[in-house]
Ligand binder design. Sequence first.
Ligand code: COA
Length: 194
Amino acid sequence: MSQIICKIVETEAERRAHFAIRQAVFVEEQGMFSGSDVDEHDPHAVHIIALNQTTGQVVGAVRVYEAEPGVWYGGRMAVLQEYRRHLPPIGPLLDRLAERTVSERGCRRFLAYIQMQNVRFFERLGWSKIGEPALHCGQPHQLMEANLAAQLWREVKLETHLESVRKPGRGSRLPSTAGGPGLGARSAGARLGS
Ligand SMILES: CC(C)(COP(=O)(O)OP(=O)(O)OC[C@H]1O[C@@H](n2cnc3c(N)ncnc32)[C@H](O)[C@@H]1OP(=O)(O)O)[C@@H](O)C(=O)NCCC(=O)NCCS
């Protein structure tokens, strides 16, 4: 089993690797775009990669961008074919960092156009359908929205658990941010590794 981490692209090599994953999956494998899937959102998007730490190979990608103040879109989530069904699964790791990334940037609504065969996958990650399917990039897609509050709350619980393990005796009392993405939740999320 390979050690996989997800990170925001920092170097030119990582940026090229991010676009290479998208090219392999959305242009060559799925044929959803001809030539290139790069569009007008990429210049201001935050690009994320999944990296096999054992080999240094980039194996997955996703991007997020702000469409209007507080409203972000995620997209282009892709995992190389040979890394699908990996343990731990890489798509959910990419989603987790995408949700944390937009939350830390003041996102109130995190949306995505999801290919119909992947709706169930995103529902299992806490996303909900909005309205009826519609054509997007020439193919049927379902608009979906992430449950950012639940994501942040999961991270608070994990951070609190780690704190109680690090400092036995201080107990594992949860912060008073239950049910909402308060400042405590956001800063706790920011301290977690991928
Ligand atoms: C969609 C994608 C990113 C998923 O990432 P992944 O790392 O391969 O995820 P996995 O296949 O390991 O699945 C993780 C979990 O979700 C489930 N799952 C995967 N695809 C699913 C789907 N379409 N519907 C329901 N559940 C799904 C798996 O069964 C697994 O559950 P388990 O842990 O209980 O076994 C990947 O399949 C991919 O790159 N597909 C091609 C590009 C694409 O379609 N991108 C999304 C555009 S909207």
